[in-house]
Design a binder for this molecule. Sequence first.
Ligand code: PEP
Length: 251
Amino acid sequence: MRKKIVAGNWKMNTTVQEGVELAKAVAEKAAQTPENVGLIIAPPFTHLCCVAEAVEGSKVQLSAQNCADHTSGAYTGEVSAAMLKSVGCQWTILGHSERRQYYGETDEKLVEKTKLALAQGLGVILCVGENLAQREAGEHFTVCQEQIKNVLYNFTAEQMANIIVAYEPVWAIGTGKTATAEQAEEIHACIRRTLAEKFGEQVAEDTTILYGGSCKPSNAKELFAQKDIDGGLIGGAALKADDFIAIAMSY
Ligand code: PEP
């Protein structure tokens, strides 16, 4: 049975103090959420140490939002997978559309980053998704398939056990426009088929695929009821502990 996950991407929001308060509130309420739903929060790098302490003893796991494409050395401003591991991260998000769009993150770079993260024992939440022009051109299936193939086809079936995929249509991120449950489900099913082609049915069945894009308490239930949607990667609504927990309670 694949794991259900609700993960919060805080992006570049909150001071350390605000972040610790938010993490404590999430950790406190986490016990109310169903046992089979995992919770992950991804604060900014600066917060990770303090937030690790704030969630200790709860079911909340810690993720980074990105990691470097080198192991160590003269890469000013970068944070390595080993550094993330050393502050208590279990996960890192990779390939978020904001990183692809604003920081030139390519699929090639994501292969390197994924290798380094997995080598340090971090799980990877790999984001894929089409932009508005691609959806309007009817290219959404191919764009997502290509992103999956370009990155994940470089890994083994065993490594897939530590990889989560997040489908995030770019036009739905932070816009208030959610993909309909049907639109999301058909891409999730397509991603699962693409994984099955390379890794076999069992690995595809066992891979957690999250939906992200204006997911909130009011629409989570319908999205999560879809066969191939295994939870959410939540942006805006993850900044309020009550909303984040309410989304996790939608199972
Ligand atoms: C995200 O950026 O991962 C995201 C899903 O954002 P939002 O929920 O705000 O659309």
